[in-house]
Design a protein around this ligand. Structure first.
Ligand SMILES: Nc1nc2c(ncn2[C@@H]2O[C@H](COP(=O)(O)OP(=O)(O)O)[C@@H](O)[C@H]2O)c(=O)[nH]1
Ligand SMILES: [Mg+2]
Length: 311
């Protein structure tokens, strides 16, 4: 992570939490003061794009924990407060390791000789096409070659965009004409991967500005036909609460295994990560930190928690 970007990432959330820790540590705490601080924290979390339900869950878990710890007379208040907060954040966030995905693809290919299809879904402009290319690049640098399926046959220029990116990564790319059946493109890419003995198939799909049933049905059909081993939901960190409802819909219609949170480099708030994890209980496997192929970072839970709690 580039240092100047590291400063911005999750900054809004970090400030909100730091301010709560300061107050809980330095003020003489009566029950009603604790309530006040936690209510302010709830408001601050929501202002930084944490969904109301996730904010409420965090605040009430923290309250339970703080009350419990106060009773056990911790001598160092700061340690007690920070460790309560750490526990709560660790309960909301989920861990995932991109290297496990690499291992999974390799193991599947080695044992079956079949390619491992990964389906990318998400709203329009969320960063799917860019993320497909970044993940092809990531896999390639881990000795896993992919075929990309241009299964966004809906949006003008989507095929050209995907082809250019695939060329930059140096991977094969299968496309049909605009308006063609996306499921057929996905199948053709799997056939191509099989023919060339390539282990991964990355399926780029269309989004819509407004989520509608047609799109979700289209994704379902691709899923039925291509039988992806993993489905990755790609969402823009700046989408905030809108992302939560969409994540739920994609998860219930198509099923989601992992989340990629894009444009974290330009998100000063940071709450979307928490909201999406909380809503669908699926881990963020990567975050997008820019437009270059290498601007894709893992996001281990421990790093996020440390970042949020650093003072
Ligand atoms: N700053 C930044 N821009 C991104 C990131 N990921 C994607 N983008 C940009 O967001 C825009 C939409 O991305 P695209 O992949 O076309 O989205 P799609 O409609 O979901 O396929 C493009 O201009 C991308 O370059 C990211 O992590 N950071
Ligand atoms: Mg696209």
């Amino acid at each position: 992570m580039r240092p100047e970007r590291g400063q911005v990432v999750l900054e809004g959330l970090r400030r909100a939490l730091r301010s709560a820790v300061e107050r809980l540590t330095t003020e003489e705490l009566t029950e009603s003061k604790v309530e006040d601080v936690l209510e302010d924290l709830r408001v601050q979390l929501v202002a930084n794009e944490v969904s109301l339900e996730a904010a409420e869950s965090i605040v009430s878990a923290l309250k339970r924990d703080l009350i419990g710890r106060r009773a056990s007379r911790f001598s160092d208040k700061r340690v007690a407060v920070v460790s309560a907060l750490r526990e709560v954040l660790e309960g909301v966030l989920l861990d995932s390791d991109p290297n496990l995905l690499v291992e999974e693809v390799k193991a599947h290919f080695a044992s079956t000789g079949e390619p491992f299809p990964i389906l990318f879904v998400g709203p329009n402009g969320g960063g799917k096409t860019t993320t497909v290319a970044k993940i092809a690049y990531f896999l390639k640098s881990n000795s896993v070659q992919s075929v990309i399926a241009c299964a966004d046959t809906f949006r003008a220029a989507a095929i050209e965009q995907m082809k250019l990116l695939a060329e930059r990564v140096g991977v094969r790319c299968v496309s049909h004409r605009y308006g063609a059946d996306p499921a057929a493109v996905a199948m053709d890419s799997i056939v191509s991967a099989r023919a060339h003995g390539l282990p991964a198939v990355l399926i780029d799909t269309a989004g819509r500005t407004e989520l509608n049933r047609n799109l979700l049905e289209e994704m379902r059909k691709i899923r039925r036909v291509a039988q992806p081993k993993r489905v990755i939901y790609v969402v823009d960190a700046l989408a905030g609460n809108v992302a939560v409802e969409q994540a739920r819909q994609f998860d219930s219609y198509v099923g989601v295994d992992y989340v990629v949170l894009t444009k974290l480099d330009s998100d000063v708030k940071g709450g979307t990560a928490i909201s999406v994890c909380y809503a669908i209980r699926k881990p963020i496997i990567f975050v997008g930190m820019g437009q270059e192929l290498s601007d894709l970072m893992p996001m281990p839970k421990s790093t996020v928690v440390e970042k949020l709690l650093e003072s």
